[in-house]
Design a protein around this ligand. Structure first.
Ligand code: CTP
Length: 400
């Protein structure tokens, strides 16, 4: 895939964020992939990483001023913009984002951005509150509306010590994303995908719940794969320790089946594809105690009532959406899966059998069978969940 970068002219814009230290790795990754790299730095970014580091790694002088230093010789932002096959501004600060969105060309980087005719990618890095600020959202929206390509930030520890979204995507992720994008094999470009993942917790009282062992890993791998294929992903997840390092993924955290139901219905009418990998509780306590239930000497019963079946509910209202469900079975696997496929009005169902060792909740691997609405059955080998996600997404793409 990275072959696509061979011989490409890549212009990397670096702005004044602590994440600028990652620019060295980004330059290195592109050079390793055979690209020709030139770097433009803003003046303030030199406080974070030296031009010498980036010029040595890129094997080209670093550009940061409108003139070269020689009298009467300008550093042509127009030439740089024309030279580039694509430009990636990483890290882009809230400040430069604002300048790009509003055409404030008071430095070489933004002037080159405005004169570039090539695809422009941008990967923000900022503190979580700046990242969430409506101004930032609006500027990202504006750049996207100009056709620029957003490489979403990751969740994690930030320079401030706070945890949240705003960490620049890792250099390898950026290079992967751009390679796929350029390979034109972004089969889900322009598609909106909704994915459910993880378990749900059904409250018994303020401190106890009914849950299950789902790790959420399968759903998170699916979200990462869909986003790498260019989709805009909404990942609705129950409680999990998983982190999403996929790009262009909007994560919605929920706890109970009811919250997941509502979050799914908020979005479902806008999506093209729904993948329902969550292990939703089938039952919940009929009454949730408002105070912690005290221990008594006798046995106790908790009355349960069914939760709403989220997948079946969207199966009933679906129009053109492509719908994928999961079935975890221990017996009569194929018949049960086919029954769910029909009952829930799915395009295909992914069957995991707990009889297969290495499959199911607690493993990093999975062994699946895909049964589609035309009756076609495809068996897959035991693979990592990342590979399984790629198989599932490929199966969706061939049927779209
Ligand atoms: N599902 C859902 N909402 C529920 C229950 C299940 O969206 N309340 C979805 C799951 O995410 C999965 C599929 O439905 O994609 C199959 O779930 P499963 O629990 O196996 O199916 P059930 O019809 O509940 O059958 P059973 O539990 O009897 O096997």
């Amino acid at each position: 895939m990275k072959d696509v970068l061979k011989g490409k002219n890549v212009l990397i814009g670096v702005t004044a964020s602590i994440a600028a230290y990652k620019s060295a790795l980004l330059v290195r990754e592109f050079v390793k992939a055979g690209a020709n790299v030139k770097v433009i730095m803003t003046k303030a970014s030199k406080e974070f990483i030296t031009p010498l580091t980036l010029s040595t790694l890129s094997k080209n002088p670093v550009h940061s001023k409108f003139s070269t230093g020689e009298e009467g010789v300008w550093n042509s932002h127009v030439d740089l913009g024309i030279w580039a096959d694509f430009m990636i501004v990483a890290p882009v600060t809230a400040n430069t984002l604002g300048k790009m969105a509003n055409g404030l060309a008071d430095n070489l980087l933004v002037a080159t951005y405005l004169s570039g005719r090539c695809p422009i990618y941008f990967a923000p890095a900022m503190d979580l509150d700046m990242y969430k600020h409506p101004t930032t959202n609006e500027n990202v929206r504006k750049l996207k509306s100009f056709g620029d390509i957003f490489i979403e930030s990751n969740f994690g520890e930030l320079a401030s010590g706070l945890f949240g979204e705003g960490r620049m995507a890792e250099p390898v992720e950026i290079v992967d994303f751009i390679s796929k994008h350029l390979s034109q094999d972004l089969a889900l470009q322009g598609k909106k995908v909704l994915i459910t993942a993880g378990p749900t917790y059904e409250a018994i009282d303020p401190v106890r719940y009914i849950g299950n062992h789902s790790s959420g890993k399968m759903g998170f791998e699916l979200a990462a794969e869909c986003s790498l294929q260019g989709a805009e992903v909404t990942l609705i997840t129950g409680p999990t320790s998983q982190k999403i390092d996929g790009l262009n993924v909007r994560r919605v955290d929920v706890t109970s089946a009811e919250e997941m139901f509502n979050a799914v219905h908020d979005d479902f009418s806008n999506v093209d594809i729904g993948i329902f990998s969550a292990a939703v509780a089938d039952y919940k306590p009929k009454f949730v105690a408002t105070e912690k239930i005290k221990k008594v000497d006798s046995s106790m019963n908790i009355e349960l009532e069914p939760t709403d079946d989220i997948l079946a509910s969207v199966g009933e209202i679906k129009k053109d959406q492509f719908l994928v469900g999961f079935a975890l079975e221990t017996e009569n696997e194929l018949d049960n899966a086919k029954g769910k496929l029909q009952r829930k009005n799915l395009d295909f169902i992914v069957l995991n059998s707990l009889k297969d060792s290495g499959a199911g909740f607690k493993h990093d691997t999975n062994k699946i069978t895909i049964v589609d609405s035309a009756g076609k059955i495809a068996n897959f080998d035991l693979k990592t969940k990342k590979e399984v996600a790629a198989d599932i997404v490929a199966a969706i793409i061939t049927r779209l």
